[in-house]
Design a protein around this ligand. Structure first.
Ligand SMILES: Cc1ncc(COP(=O)(O)O)c(C=O)c1O
Length: 376
């Protein structure tokens, strides 16, 4: 566990549930990725954690930003980001959001269909646009496929149409799925993008940019490959498919930049087997699926857990949240063991919780207040 966070928790004893995040650790991850893939510009995916201390630090470091909504664009501007450093990276945008971003000076937008392209032509004229390709999310623990992206054939027509509509057809993007454990996913997607670059060039349109998306994994319960494993494979694939004519490269990491920098501290509300024949102890925390742990859906993201009783003998548990909703269960099938002497009132920490927790948190489901946030 991060020593700065350990000290903060010991000294401040913040009310739970809360997220404590070390902003210096965010800067370290930003530098680590920049060093591993110096050819790419980093557009931090704001959705992973839009807190001002994070955005301000990233602005200082020269990061660019991938925003999913006008609200996120506005948070970046508030943190001091220049509108040129912001990409409006959601393929589904309200006209009012496109207009607000355009009026604020944002000139880079994604799309994946004719209908969205027409909205951009009408409300963000002359902007740089890039088309999101549909790619396989196989290997990702938190897949994003199906909902976004288009086929290579349709992307070709759309990029040609973008030019006709007075937009600047800038490049292509993809997202291989979040917490992606396989570097091959990037290689396959790069090959697909490169083939389309060649095809479009033959049709008289030269694209300039490939946005490699996010997806880089972090350590939860299990080790994951180091960032170099992914960036080496990415750079090899880029040079293999584009040769010396490398396009501009962008990455949009979210989880990788902030995930390991944060810890959620929670309190045990109840421990009981409730007379069940299987004897399984249920540990109910003061945070659950609706308090920010949404990525435990299907038990996909499996947080590493530390307790105030670590070192005592352990036994199998199911972990659940505090609400009256039957879906508010984090882990029932996944094998988790916690100390046998863990009881109500004691602390449970979830490590690697800096990404996709504070923003997934419902504001008052069952009356529970959202988790508090501490940026240190
Ligand atoms: C368009 C886009 N870019 C980047 C990201 C960040 O992905 P990750 O947190 O896996 O790096 C996401 C995540 O949902 C996304 O939708």
């Amino acid at each position: 566990m991060n020593p700065k966070i350990t000290r903060f928790l010991a000294e401040q004893k913040p009310a739970t549930p809360c997220l404590v995040l070390d902003v210096d650790a965010v800067a370290d991850r930003y530098h680590a990725l920049g060093k591993a893939l110096p050819q790419a510009r980093i557009y931090y995916a704001v959705k992973a954690n839009p807190a001002q201390p994070i955005l301000r630090r990233l602005v200082e470091l020269g990061s660019c930003f991938d925003a999913a909504s006008w609200e996120e664009v506005s948070l970046c501007l508030q943190a001091g980001a220049s509108p040129d450093a912001i990409s409006f990276g959601n393929t589904v945008k309200k006209v009012s959001a496109i207009r607000a971003a355009y009026e604020a000076g944002v000139r880079m937008f994604v799309f994946d269909c004719r209908e969205e392209l027409e909205k951009l032509a009408a409300h963000a004229p002359g902007s740089r646009v890039y088309c999101r390709l549909l790619v396989d999310n196989y290997g990702a623990e938190w897949p994003l496929s199906r909902k976004f992206g288009t086929t290579v054939e349709s992307a070709k027509e759309l990029m040609l149409a973008a030019r006709e509509l007075g937009l600047d057809p800038y490049g292509l993007s993809f997202h291989v799925g979040s917490q992606q454990l396989s570097a091959e996913a990037y290689e396959v997607a790069i090959a697909r993008a490169a083939a389309l670059f060649t095809d479009l060039s033959a049709a008289g349109l030269d694209l300039r940019m490939v946005n490699l998306g996010g997806g880089f994994p972090i350590r939860y319960r299990d080790d994951v490959p180091e960032i170099d494993h992914f960036t080496t494979a990415i750079f090899r694939a880029m040079t293999e498919h584009f040769g010396n004519a490398l396009p501009e490269m962008l990455v949009e990491p979210g989880r990788f930049i902030v995930g390991e920098a944060g810890v959620v501290r929670s309190e045990v509300v109840l421990v009981s087997a409730r007379g069940r024949k299987d004897g399984l102890r249920w540990v109910y925390l003061d945070i659950g699926r609706f308090g920010g742990l949404a990525e435990t859906e299907n038990e996909s993201i499996r947080y590493a857990i530390r307790t105030s009783r670590d070192g005592s003998p352990t036994g199998r548990v199911a972990l659940a949240g505090p609400t009256c909703d039957g879906a508010d269960i984090m882990y029932e099938k996944t094998h988790y063991e916690l100390p046998l002497d863990l009881t109500a009132g004691e602390q449970v920490d979830l490590l690697g919780a800096g990404a996709y927790v504070s923003t997934y948190c419902a504001t008052g489901f069952n009356g529970f207040a959202p988790l508090t946030e501490h940026y240190i």
